[in-house]
Design a protein around this ligand. Structure first.
Ligand SMILES: [Zn+2]
Length: 91
């Protein structure tokens, strides 16, 4: 049995840029299960497919799943908890 390939959340930057106009890897996150706080770049990302699976570094709950298909991107944010996206000052 081979070990899964585990990466950090920075690997999500490219695929998420196809969906969002902001860099979500810099977004602050709060895990809805264990309360772990950090930025999305700290998520543990498994790339063994299909797609990318990001897990909380505190409790390993599934936070985000992103699968690129020939027809688009399937984005499962079911375990995200709360994400705060830095946008700067409001005009
Ligand atoms: Zn957690």
């Amino acid at each position: 049995m081979t070990r899964p390939t585990r990466l950090d959340g920075n690997v999500l930057a490219g695929p998420l840029s196809e969906v969002f106009s902001v860099d979500l890897t810099a977004a602050a996150r709060l895990c809805s299960v264990c309360g772990d706080e950090g930025v999305c770049a700290q998520l543990l990302v498994y790339a063994d497919g299909p797609g990318l699976v990001a897990r909380c570094p505190g409790c390993a709950v599934l936070v985000l799943r992103l699968v690129r298909t020939p027809h688009g991107v399937v984005l499962d944010l079911g375990g995200t908890g709360c994400v705060t996206i830095p946008l700067g000052e409001e005009p």
